[in-house]
Structures are given as C-alpha cells and as structure tokens.
Design a protein around this ligand. Sequence first.
Ligand code: COA
Length: 167
Amino acid sequence: MKVVIRREQKKDIEAIRQVHEAAFGTPAEAELVDLIEADGHAVLSLVALSEDAVVAHILFSRLNTLESRGLRASALGPLAVMPGLHRRGIASALVHEGLARLQADGEDLILVLGDPDFYERFGFSAKAAQVFQTPYDGPNLQALALTDAGRLAQGVVRYAPAFSKIT
Ligand SMILES: CC(C)(COP(=O)(O)OP(=O)(O)OC[C@H]1O[C@@H](n2cnc3c(N)ncnc32)[C@H](O)[C@@H]1OP(=O)(O)O)[C@@H](O)C(=O)NCCC(=O)NCCS
C-alpha cells in the first residue's frame, strides 16, 4: 500500500491519538505519546499518510544511558497502525524510515520492547539487549546498535519519565 511518511506536524496531534487508541484499544499509549512530547523527550515522531489522512505513527524517545556518557540512545515506541490497514507493510515502512533518519542523525543505539518475530527483521536482537539493565528486561527487550559506540554500550538505561507515569 502506498503511504507517504513525514515528520509529525502540530495539526496531526488528534489523528495520532486516534490511531493509537484504535490500534491498542486503550488510551494508554496515546497518553504516553502526549506525555513524552509534552516533556520534550521525543527524538523523532513520524506519521504515515494515506490520501492525506494519518493512518500510522511511530515515536522514538530519549533514553539515558547512565554508564555511557554522550551516547545517543532512544526507545522505539509506541508504534501503531490503524486497524483495517494491518499487514500491508505500513509499520515496516515507518520503522525503516525512522531507523534510517536516526542513523543519518548520528544516533548510536535503539531499544524496543515488542515481539521479536516482528522486530528481528529490522536487525533488533534480544541477545544484544542483555547487556542493559532496564525496567523492561526480558525476552521482548531488543537492541539495535547503529554505531560502534552503540555496540560497546552496556549498563543501566533509564526511560523517559512518562513511561513510569503510564505503566
Ligand atoms: C504491530 C503493528 C504495528 C504492525 O503493523 P503492520 O503495518 O500490520 O505491520 P507490517 O505490515 O509492516 O508487518 C510486517 C510483517 O510483520 C508481521 N507482523 C505484523 N504484526 C505482527 C505481530 N504483532 N507479531 C509478529 N509479526 C507481525 C506481518 O505478518 C508482516 O510479515 P510478512 O512481511 O512476513 O507478511 C500493528 O499490528 C498494530 O498497530 N498493532 C497494534 C499496536 C501494537 O501492538 N503495536 C506494537 C507495539 S510494539
């Protein structure tokens, strides 16, 4: 399916909220997106448009890697696609575009909490995440290093405070 991907604009806020609420079936992820953005912790926010309507959204937020000063790390998520438009490659297109933009901007490391069957195709690995201590440790926490500094990183990772306000 043909979609256009671009950075979030102010006019998209309500549509983004609706995508998350519809995809997850609860307001929690939409509230998380609002909080992360209000706190100024968003690193990259992209929307997918079909016929000028927002049909999917991906957010990357700042992570604090306490033992690797200067490292640029971010968390992928929430990610949501409008129900009815699943399995058409829209989420994959958003993930690929997000990772490409972050790599071009010099981001070192991305963490994601999600299904490894989905995220492995982008290069994420649960094994690579085992060197980190986060509130979400376990088989669904996966890491993708984009630079040598990212590959050498380890230790305690703090998520944006919004995550603990919601979950
Ligand atoms: C998960 C979600 C974002 C996937 O969106 P999508 O646009 O359907 O994904 P894509 O079409 O790019 O899927 C790409 C591949 O992943 C597979 N896939 C999709 N969702 C999957 C899932 N939950 N688990 C495992 N594989 C999945 C698809 O089968 C497809 O595989 P294929 O290329 O071999 O056919 C979408 O289902 C959604 O919004 N779900 C509700 C919110 C959610 O769970 N978000 C994820 C948070 S981590």
